[in-house]
Design a protein around this ligand. Structure first.
Ligand code: GLN
Length: 189
């Protein structure tokens, strides 16, 4: 599993994969991209991540890799995978058709946790941590909504692209990572 390691919660994603017996590689260079079967684009700060990806010469190679590799984007990662938003500091990969609204629940102090029911992924509830999370708008009808918080879709899938507005890597439960591996990565080979 390649975990894009520019900034943000990349190490925690590697732990989540490790619990499933899956090895991760931190992706920092175009060469790293050639050595992975799937990608995680972690949470962090989408403006900073855009800047670092561009400065490190990784934005274009990553864009090319996303043509073929399955990807799981969380929070800022989900913002970057969506349709281009109206913020010139953020450059989106346009891999899943929605408009992300950044910091849609408020500031850091408004971060929260909640229980989500995700029937297609697991039987038990999932303890979800939302940190300056985005909301997704204008969601294309071909996108599968796997979980919602109230009326807000929070876990979505389009083909080999999985996105969460929360942080599944910050809980001990690797069920969503397992879903990504079993249902998306292994089945798209
Ligand atoms: N609000 C951040 C952004 O706009 C995302 C926060 C997160 O990844 N936890 O990029």
């Amino acid at each position: 599993m390649g975990v894009v390691a520019m900034q943000g919660s990349f190490a925690k994603h590697a732990y989540s994969m490790g619990r499933l017996g899956i090895k991760s590689r931190a992706v920092r260079t175009p060469e790293d991209l050639k050595l992975v079967d799937a990608l995680i684009l972690p949470g962090g700060e989408s403006t900073t991540m855009t800047l670092l990806l561009e400065n490190e010469g990784l934005w274009e190679p990553l864009d090319a890799a996303l043509e073929t590799l399955p990807v799981f984007g969380t929070c800022a990662g989900a913002i970057l995978l969506g349709r281009q938003i109206d913020d010139e500091r953020v450059r989106c990969f346009n891999r899943i058709d929605y408009l992300a609204e950044r910091n849609a629940y408020g500031r850091q102090i408004d971060s929260f946790t909640t229980s989500l029911i995700i029937p297609s992924v697991m039987e038990n509830d999932f303890h979800a941590i939302f940190i300056r999370a985005p909301k997704f708008h204008e969601i294309n009808a071909d996108i599968e909504i796997l979980a919602a918080f109230g009326s807000d879709p929070v876990l979505l899938r389009k083909g080999k692209v999985l996105v969460a507005s929360f942080h599944p890597e910050l809980t001990e439960d690797s069920s969503i990572h397992k879903y990504f591996v079993d249902e998306i990565v292994l089945k798209s080979r």
